[in-house]
Design a binder for this molecule. Structure first.
Ligand SMILES: [Zn+2]
Ligand SMILES: [Zn+2]
Length: 272
């Protein structure tokens, strides 16, 4: 089995575990059934995967390997033990993704792309793979730039990509977690209880908890919210538009960035 196949299997296993957990111990009862949302959310994952393969066939790992061979980027030119360089690269990549997420909430044109992720009317494991293809392409270009400048080792990139895919499914899970377990996990990873706040319809809650892997950045930069004001069972998921079940269809999701104004959510108020 190749490394790429092994990492795909790991991500698929996390998906299966989360899907099973959601059936056994759901956190919120869902008004909209899986039969409507799942084919469309998983459909966009297929579209995203095909586009990434077509546009970036050599993938991010190839770039990291090339950088290692030629000594490109910060970490490849520092005399660091390899394991320290790998840990630093994984943490730095996570910080970059945190800032990228804030950016997609701050710039109205980018929010138009990212709001499709927020327009899901329920919050579960498939929300974690629901991103507009243009956002996925822009995100890959940003990641390629960061990997190159940072001089991230291929091993660090592999660990980070598997972690990002796995934690995105974990932290979008509609799963029950004991309060004590959640409080402990929040110290080391973004939990579903943390990320659910980010999917609240309330703009101040939408613009909080931007992390995907490591839970520290929000506390460090003042964007951390512990719980939604209405509670996890009572909060409304989604944004104030695209609230019709028809908007959950794949074709509608694709065109959402072009519909209407950017709305009241962008952090940058001058360009709304
Ligand atoms: Zn967001
Ligand atoms: Zn999310």
């Amino acid at each position: 089995m190749s490394v790429a196949e092994a990492s795909r299997s790991a991500v698929a296993a996390v998906f299966a575990v989360m899907a099973g957990w959601e059936v056994v111990a759901p956190r919120r009862s869902q008004a909209i059934g899986r039969w409507l949302r799942w084919p469309n959310n998983l459909g966009i994952l297929i579209v995203d995967t095909i586009i990434l393969r077509l546009l970036f066939p050599t993938a991010i790992l190839g770039l990291a390997l090339g950088g290692e061979e030629r000594g490109w980027g910060l970490l490849n030119s520092l005399p660091l033990p390899r394991w320290i360089a790998v840990i630093v690269a994984v943490i730095a990549l996570d910080l970059a993704i945190y800032f990228q997420h804030v950016l997609f909430h701050a710039v109205p044109a980018l929010w138009r792309l990212h709001r499709m992720h927020h327009a899901d009317l329920e919050f579960d494991v498939t929300t974690g793979v629901r991103f507009h293809p243009v956002e996925i392409v822009l995100s890959m270009m940003i990641k390629l730039g960061v990997v190159l400048a940072l001089g991230a080792a291929a091993l660090a990139v592999l660990i980070f990509e598997v972690l990002l895919n796995a934690t995105s499914m974990f932290n979008h899970g509609n799963v029950r977690l004991a309060e004590r377990t959640d409080r402990f996990l929040r110290k080391i990873v973004v939990t579903p209880e943390m990320h659910r706040v980010h999917h609240s319809i309330e703009p101040a809650e939408t613009n909080s908890n931007f992390g995907f892997n490591l839970p520290w950045w929000g506390r460090l930069f003042g964007t951390y919210r512990v719980q939604p004001a209405a509670g996890h069972a009572g909060m409304t998921i989604g944004i104030d538009r695209f609230r019709h079940v028809e908007d959950l269809r794949l074709d509608r999701m694709m065109t959402q960035p072009l519909v209407g104004s950017a709305g009241r959510y962008p952090i940058n108020p001058r360009n709304r």
